[in-house]
Write a new protein. Structure first.
Length: 530
């Protein structure tokens, strides 16, 4: 094909680990043409991300790739790093699944956007600054000029992902590789980003490889689909034909996967376990000797929330609406105003030292597992890290047994506990993060997008697991998510947040099936649009 951009032939990827060689990709071939969108789908650990990491020369130090990755006559698997650097970031760019690990915490968003623009387009800082601001505006970052001075930790997960998308598109690439680029985005922004990427693709004639577990996205944007399992392509074809008549049993299972079941609501008389009244959280942005007075951002504005024993309260809303902030305030992880009580005891005035004995009862699973897992610790050591603090008297052998049990509970092979985080897929890393929380047998767990990195089949397993753990241990969950199908399966009470305020709350039937507010109806329309 004259307009062929990238063609992979017999690509193989292996990793040398302490447990021996792991074959992550086994002889895969695929191609993408200019103006075409190709989707790669498959369960967590199927090799879809590692296939593209190999193509970009970004494998971990213990990874090895062979085969052919032909970009306009050049085999990307067989050139020097210097030659590769003239292509990646300019001709071929990649959006990564976990933006916090891709953005440097020591530099502002603006500095990180400007640098690749200047390098690849050979322009000055002032011109690159204008281009960077324009890209932030394109991906719907509010107040883009001011946000140029923000650091990654000052932005929500969805906002950080939009910055990564802006960075990838800033140099008008030939080919964009998008690895779960909308995972961290709420449904309304997700729809806007997909529309943006489609319009840029049409204008630039750009090819796109879209790695995802979200089959609704695949149906909406992809021309062709490759289905991967255990490092191999098991089926490929035109999107409409594949969805209408999947031939492989695994493809049929993927298409049928959806979190199912409903949680029985708790009694309205169940005891309160965590309660927040009139909560307010303010963040100061900027300020200083040269920049004048700081801007005060009201992240949470007079929100009240009650969590009862055995209950799951789902919190939904757009990125930056205050979902994660209110959860962190309730756990006393950030300063706030208002009343907070845990099991009837006021904790709003407790300092860090006074809160420490309560930490094992109040656990959190973060949205970005790779950013919260130490790259220098094995999975087993990560899972048992809390035991060193809260149960220091138990032996190393006892901790190891507890780690194996916790990993089994999250459907992860305990024999893998000697591997490091980079040797796991995104979904597997999230399961490690969940195991680290549940090993302490807490009373309250904040689940901040716990299934966002997981394919639908694993989502079903994790949802079932969380419900089983909740029943067995009388756990209470704060469940933060933009995936309304998962929220419906998990929650017995839902709160809708917008701009730091609670705009609607009620049972799943009331909020998701009969929303009262226009904003909630907008969320529903975006979530279930074909």
């Amino acid at each position: 094909m004259a307009d062929m951009l990238l063609e992979l032939k017999d690509v193989r990827v292996r990793f040398d680990t302490i447990d021996g060689t792991v074959n992550a990709v086994n002889g895969v071939g695929l191609h993408v043409a200019a103006g075409e969108t190709v989707a790669i789908v498959g369960e967590s650990g199927s090799g879809k991300s590692q296939l593209m990491m190999a193509t970009m020369g970004l494998l971990a130090s213990n990874g090895h790739a062979s085969g052919t990755a032909d970009y306009r006559g050049t085999n990307l698997l067989n050139i020097s790093k210097g030659e590769l650097n003239t292509i990646r970031g300019r001709k071929i760019t990649m959006i990564f699944q976990e933006p916090m690990t891709s953005l440097d915490p020591l530099f502002t968003i603006g500095a990180q956007l400007i640098e690749p623009i200047m390098h690849h387009q050979k322009i000055g800082a002032a011109e690159a600054h204008v281009r960077a601001v324009a890209m932030l505006k394109l991906v719907s970052i509010p107040e883009p000029e001011r946000r140029m001075g923000s650091y990654p930790h000052e932005m929500s997960g969805g906002q950080r992902q939009r910055v990564m998308i802006a960075m990838a598109l800033a140099n008008d690439p030939d080919l964009l590789i998008a690895d779960e680029p909308t995972t961290a985005l709420d449904v309304t922004i997700q729809a806007e980003i997909l529309e943006l990427m489609a319009s840029l693709q049409k204008r630039l004639g750009m090819g796109m490889i879209f790695i995802t577990h979200d089959l609704n996205i695949v149906r909406r944007i992809a021309h062709r689909v490759y289905v991967m399992r255990q490092g191999e392509v098991v089926e490929e074809g035109e999107t409409k034909a594949l969805f209408a008549n999947p031939k492989h049993e695994y493809t049929r299972a993927l298409l049928a996967s959806e979190p199912t079941g409903r949680k029985a609501p708790v009694s309205p008389n169940a005891p309160k376990i965590l309660d927040g009244t009139d909560l307010r959280v303010n963040f100061k942005i900027g300020g200083g000797f040269l920049s004048g007075e700081p801007i005060v951002l009201r992240a949470v504005d007079r929100v009240s929330l009650t969590l009862r024993r055995g209950q799951t309260v789902g919190i939904v809303g757009e990125s930056g609406s205050g979902k994660s902030t209110i959860a962190r305030a309730l756990l006393r992880l950030i300063p706030s105003e208002g009343a907070i009580s845990f099991e009837g005891r006021s904790i709003a005035g407790l300092d860090r030292h006074q809160m420490r004995p309560l930490r094992r009862q109040l656990q959190i699973v973060l949205q970005d597992p790779f950013g919260s897992l130490s790259p220098r610790m094995t999975a087993g050591h990560i899972v048992t890290e809390g035991l060193l603090v809260h149960e220091p008297s138990i032996s190393r052998q006892q901790r190891d047994r507890r780690a194996a049990q916790a990993l089994e509970e999250v459907q992860l092979d305990p024999n893998l506990r000697n591997r490091y985080p980079h040797e796991f897929s995104g979904g597997q890393r999230q399961r490690i993060a969940i195991a680290r929380a549940i090993i302490l047998k807490p009373k309250v767990v904040v689940l901040d997008e716990p299934t966002s990195a997981l394919d639908r089949q694993v989502q079903k397993q994790i949802v079932d697991l969380l419900r089983d753990l909740q029943t067995a241990n009388d756990l209470s969950y704060l469940f933060i998510s933009h995936d309304l199908a998962v929220v419906r399966a998990m929650a017995d009470h839902i709160i809708v947040m917008k701009d730091g305020r609670m705009v609607e709350q009620g049972s799943p039937d009331e909020v998701l099936d009969n929303p009262r507010e226009d904003y909630t109806r907008k969320l529903m329309k975006a979530a279930f649009a074909e």
